[in-house]
Design a protein around this ligand. Structure first.
Ligand SMILES: NC(=O)c1ccc[n+]([C@@H]2O[C@H](COP(=O)([O-])OP(=O)(O)OC[C@H]3O[C@@H](n4cnc5c(N)ncnc54)[C@H](O)[C@@H]3O)[C@@H](O)[C@H]2O)c1
Length: 339
């Protein structure tokens, strides 16, 4: 049994709350949010761009408005951090120093220097630090990674990733629309594909990005298209949250290998399709689960074994932040940025 505490009960924290509650081997001892109404007995749902929002019943859980108080609650072994990105480093370091294991939402932090502080604190504490890069665990993406890494798709010719959403107006005080606090769509949303691309194909030697803004001021980060300059195949990702509010959230990919085209889109039925180089179209089946559930199950297995995750190391999550920084620089200077 793993005894947990959860901080940040907005869109993502509410999703995590339901997952903690659904696990037989987890006892959620306490939750924390700075807003008293989010730690009331009954809490109104916060909807986001994916997943189902449901009213929360917190009556059986200890509730705090101060993170320090949550950390002092007796018996918590592991803290789940679902607060705004600019708080990730500070809260993670505090929790590790208090002797807790940490699962922290992506992006790991606002920049690699903050990520490094988190890594150093994990090493000094001997506790586990896991960054919730959920797309690595999303069934349709897991299948693609397996097909690429096993050679099932053959030599890769091209890979294209898409992630487009209306603006995240649900966020508390609209912090996500403040680029200084969130890094904008490029760091917050597009990082899912960046992280997956690095995991699947390795660190790109350089990136070339273009970006434009629709909903924020400052550096161009609302909608980006990046080319990852691998020497032997074409790789492109488009990400943005400048879509009109009526546009459904979309994520997907089209990856062409010598053995055929594997493609996934929330907008097609079926969502996952394989067009082999020869023969009829196929519809691969994957578990009807989200990456949120699967990453948590994986993290719990790591905790139970007492070993760090080999699937998402903190260093790899830091690399994803570093590539997003390089893309922001490329988009705002017009230059290719080497990594
Ligand atoms: N994995 C994914 O697909 C995914 C999706 C959305 C968000 N996220 C990430 O989850 C994190 C949270 O995003 P969100 O959309 O849930 O934001 P949100 O604004 O909906 O929720 C954040 C919550 O943190 C609380 N909070 C802020 N400061 C606090 C403090 N000092 N102490 C305690 N509580 C505090 C807020 O009151 C709010 O309830 C971000 O890092 C975001 O990037 C991940």
């Amino acid at each position: 049994m793993v005894r947990t505490g959860l901080v940040g009960l907005g869109f993502m924290g509410q999703q995590h709350f339901a997952i903690h509650q659904a696990m037989d081997n987890v006892e959620l001892l306490a939750v924390c949010d700075k807003l008293p109404e989010r730690v009331a007995e009954q809490v109104e749902p916060v909807g986001g761009n994916i997943g189902e929002a449901q009213k929360l019943d917190l009556s059986g859980v200890n509730r705090y408005t101060s993170f320090d108080d949550l950390l002092q609650h007796d018996g918590i072994e592991c803290v789940d951090i679902c607060t705004p990105t600019h708080l990730h480093a500070e809260m993670t370091v505090k929790a590790l120093e208090a002797g807790k294991h940490v699962i922290c939402e992506k992006p790991m932090a606002l920049n690699p220097a903050e990520c490094q502080k988190m890594i150093d604190a994990a090493k000094a504490s001997g506790k586990l630090l896991f960054i919730a890069q959920c797309i690595r665990f999303w069934p349709e993406y897991e299948l693609l990674a397996n097909w690429v890494k096993s050679g099932h798709l053959g030599r890769i010719v091209s890979a294209k990733f898409t992630r487009l959403s209306p603006p995240p107006v649900w966020s508390e005080g609209k912090w996500l629309l403040n680029t200084a606090l969130s890094g904008g769509a490029l760091l917050d949303l597009h990082i899912h594909d960046v992280d997956f691309i690095i995991d699947c194909f390795g660190m790109p030697p350089a990136v070339s990005s273009r970006a434009a803004n629709r909903v924020t001021e400052g550096p161009r980060v609302d909608h980006t298209v990046t080319q990852y300059l691998y020497p032997d195949f074409v790789c492109v990702a488009e990400g943005g949250w400048g879509m009109p509010g009526t546009v459904p959230f979309e994520m997907g990919y089209q990856v062409l290998g010598e053995a055929g085209l594997l493609q996934f889109s929330l907008a097609t039925d079926p969502m996952l399709q394989f067009f082999p180089a020869e023969g009829d179209v196929q519809y691969p089946q994957v578990p009807a689960e989200t990456g949120y559930q699967r990453e948590f199950v994986h993290f719990l297995e790591c905790l139970e074994k007492g070993v760090a995750s080999e699937r998402v190391t903190p260093e790899s999550a830091m690399n994803s932040v570093a590539v997003c920084m390089a893309e922001t620089e490329s988009a705002n200077t017009g230059k290719v940025v080497s990594l």
